[in-house]
Design a protein around this ligand. Structure first.
Ligand code: ACM
Ligand code: ZN
Length: 782
């Protein structure tokens, strides 16, 4: 209850902050996504008791229904009854259809006398109304009559249309189940940001969530797992049975609910891998016949559908017939990701089909890969015959893209680029930065559990789904982009909303705004209003964007670390460098802070002051040594994926934690780390220490050898120290390690450190013989 009171007062405060701002500057256009073409004008249109709605006769039933819903919501929250007018006049909201406009475009003219909405389609009308709602008091998003008197909107002329036709959000309900109401809340907030597609991941190893009448065991057996791994403890289980599924009637209601919001639901039946729930229900569909169980552990399973048997295709087709009867979407997602071939390699039925089809290993892939391509093609043909098209994950490129499938590029954007170059449609959903099950803060210890990674709001915002490597023609094959949310570690609706919001708002500008119309500063200015909307909608959201965010870089010229602090809006930031708690009496931040490295260490602490809103204090410890603040020169760049802020990461005084993708580590795989550091002056040194991250499950190994060279003045570099690191053993633990190379003290003005990677992963590891990753952080010289 205490929390609830705090929560309510927070809501009240945010609302009052917003309305105060409105008095200072009555015309605010705090829209997300921001319109692509908007002229801001003076004056406002005020809704009063006589305001009416005129819907031009060409508009049709759907538009009439959309306006009826708007009027109902307006009546409920503003207490004004917007009647439907017989003919056009003053003091009206006028709605017209213009079929010459592009599909989802809208025009919105707001003058002091009238609001005019013009669009080609019902969705265009929805987007115009959504813009109007974001311009109205936030209470319009609520359920109750508001005391706010100011039901007016600023004058403007907007000519708006989305950059991409596909603006999606994915939701996994297999790992954890979310009720219809919980999913509806997500649909509601998608509509606020003008998304038009929910990609609904309905089946996986850990649960089958859709009623299929022909195969009742899919829900009787397949929707329930008997155990669930606890947090990330892979061999420790909660043995409470866990389950849930939606009936077909419920799903049809959901399709209608989403359609009313202008959102299409694309169902995903992930096949032929990720099928343990189906195999547990019907073991005859597997290669070995089982026994199988609905998985209680995350990850990838070796057991997949046996595509050697005709019975399996009969099953898939029957399931899909019911799916297409429930979901009218043009596209059906058939998964295709993470399908190990190990069972197929040994299965007589699968091998017989490989023989019969004449599939052979070649330089592009193994026969079993082509068996998956065969499966995809066959299912595609079936769905095409039923008027549908398929989407699949980018693994589908592996056996050669022989279908018309739309490729969903998740392992980076390369799959999407490849597809577009081959003239296939693609949707960009790369893990970085669009997996919203990843962390959004570097302070992972104080975050709800996430699967890993680091995709903060600004990284989402700055994503461009059209890589430069595509020509204008090829770029047309990128239909759009979507964020994915997998729910292994997301168990409650509050946690789900926290992971989605406000990153979804950032995504919406990626999806809607042309590149030249994007502005992260404007986004930050407008997010306060959107957060107030989330409050009214009762949504839980992450507040990192309201905290102080620090970025740190080595300034070689000044020989210091520079800390740049920022936060949402222009709220004041105060900081200390001596470890004391900052207050409003501390130094106010106005420009990048020069952090001097003469002492051994220092801790930067910073707060942002917002009335009534408490956010976490930024705490950033630095540890200094003779190399800190000097930019290393790298012979070979780190892997593109793990370059982050570049070489300065090695000498910025910041030590990485267990998260390998939070920007503190540089990752190397094909070349050693070979860094030369100019120490600025002659210093006596006797030790070089390096930070190394070890995570065997991610193929991240310790270095195998460290060599240190040094020179003083113009003398040649000579080797001064060497550390050999023993081959890792199976029982070695993951962790953040330090390796110290000691040597007799020498004067040095420049050093070179060469750190070798693991050329061959040892035999005890699943990836034996492959190259191992090396993740290095601070190089400390003393
Ligand atoms: C995926 O994340 N396995 C598509
Ligand atoms: Zn088989």
């Amino acid at each position: 209850m205490k929390n609830m009171n705090r929560y309510l007062s927070l809501v009240a405060l945010i609302i009052s902050l917003i309305s105060c701002q409105s008095e200072d500057n009555p015309n605010r256009y705090e829209l997300i996504p921001y319109p692509n073409d908007m002229e801001q004008m003076s004056g406002r249109f005020s809704f009063d008791d006589d305001t009416q709605i005129f819907i031009s006769p060409e508009c049709g039933d759907e538009v009439n229904e959309i306006l009826a819903q708007f009027a109902e919501q307006f009546g409920k929250t503003a207490g004004k009854d917007l009647k439907i007018a017989e003919k056009e006049g003053k003091n009206m909201m006028v709605v017209k259809i213009d079929t010459t406009m592009s599909q989802e475009a809208y025009r919105l003219n707001i003058s002091k006398k009238k609001i005019e909405i013009t669009a080609a389609t019902p969705n265009g009308v929805r987007y115009a109304l959504q813009t109007i709602k974001q311009l109205l008091p936030v209470a319009i998003y609520g359920e109750t009559l508001s005391a706010d008197e100011n039901w007016s909107v600023p004058c403007t002329t907007i000519n708006d249309a989305p950059r991409f036709g596909y603006r999606g959000m994915h939701l996994d309900v297999a790992r954890h189940f979310f009720t219809l109401d919980e999913v509806k809340r997500i649909l509601n907030v998608m509509a606020v940001h003008k998304l038009n597609t929910l990609h609904w991941h309905l089946t996986d190893d850990q649960g089958w969530r859709v009623e299929i009448k022909k195969y009742p065991r899919l829900t009787e057996v397949g929707s329930i797992r008997n155990k669930t791994m606890i947090r990330k403890e892979w061999d420790n289980y909660d043995t409470t049975p866990y389950g849930g599924f939606y009936t077909q009637d419920e799903l049809r209601d959901m399709v209608k609910y989403a359609a009313d919001l202008g959102i299409t639901i694309i169902p995903e039946i992930d096949l032929p891998g990720h099928m343990m729930a189906a195999l547990a229900s019907y073991p005859e569909l597997g290669c070995t016949g089982g026994p199988y169980e609905v998985s209680g552990q995350w990850g990838i399973r070796d057991d997949v559908l046996c595509v050697g048997k005709e019975k399996t295709f009969e099953f898939i087709e029957n399931v899909l017939l019911e799916i297409i009867d429930i979901f009218p979407s043009k596209y059906i997602h058939i998964g295709g990701d993470e399908c190990p071939k190990i069972r197929w390699e040994k299965c007589p039925a699968c091998q017989a089909r490989i023989q019969k089809l004449g599939l052979k290993d070649d330089e592009h892939g193994k026969a079993e890969h082509y068996l998956q391509s065969y499966t995809t093609e066959r299912i595609e043909k079936f769905l095409n015959e039923h008027g549908r098209e398929i989407i699949g994950w980018d693994e589908m490129l592996e056996g050669g893209l022989t279908t018309n499938a739309t490729v969903m590029s998740w392992r980076g954007v390369a799959g999407g680029v490849e597809a577009a170059k081959q003239g296939h449609y693609a949707i960009m959903t790369p893990t970085a930065p669009l997996y919203l099950d990843y962390y959004q803060s570097r302070d992972t210890q104080n975050e709800p559990l996430a699967i890993g990674g680091y995709n903060p709001v600004d990284m989402v915002y700055n994503f461009n789904p059209i890589p430069e490597s595509l020509t204008e023609e090829q770029a047309k094959f990128i239909l759009g982009t979507q964020a994915n949310i997998w729910t292994e570690y997301i168990t409650t609706p509050e946690h789900l909303e926290y992971m989605i919001l406000p990153r979804l708002a950032a995504l919406s500008e990626v999806q809607w705004d042309q590149v030249e119309n994007k502005s992260y500063d404007r986004f930050l200015d407008n997010i306060g209003h959107i957060l107030a909307i989330y409050d009214v909608m009762g949504l839980n959201y992450a507040k990192h964007i309201l905290e102080v965010k620090g970025e740190y870089s080595v300034n070689e010229t000044k020989g210091c670390i520079e800390a740049t602090l920022r936060t949402q809006g222009n709220a004041p930031i105060y900081y200390t460098l001596d470890g004391s708690e900052p207050t409003t009496n501390s130094t106010r931040y106005t420009e990048p802070i020069e952090i001097r490295t003469e002492n051994d260490s220092c801790t930067l602490k910073a707060i942002v002051v917002r009335e009534g809103i408490e956010t976490r204090t930024l705490v950033r410890p630095f540890k200094f040594n003779k190399a800190t603040g000097h930019m290393p020169q790298l012979k070979d760049a780190p892997s593109e994926k793990y370059t982050f802020g570049g070489a300065g990461v090695l000498t910025d005084g910041i030590h990485g934690d267990f998260n390998y993708s939070n920007g503190c580590w540089l990752g190397f795989i094909n070349t050693p780390l070979d860094a030369t550091i100019d120490l600025g002056k002659t210093q006596t040194i006797s030790q070089v220490k390096i930070g190394s991250l070890v995570q065997y499950s991610e193929y991240i190994f310790p270095p195998t050898q460290i060599k240190v060279y040094a020179t003083n003045g113009d003398n040649p570099m000579t080797e001064i120290g060497k550390l050999e690191i023993p081959v890792t053993q199976k029982q070695d633990q993951d962790g953040v390690r330090e390796y110290t190379c000691e040597f007799p003290a020498v004067p040095a003005s420049k050093i070179r450190v060469v750190i070798d990677t693991t050329d061959k992963i040892p035999a005890w590891h699943g990836a034996k013989g492959e190259k191992g990753w090396l993740f290095v952080d601070e190089i400390s010289v003393n």
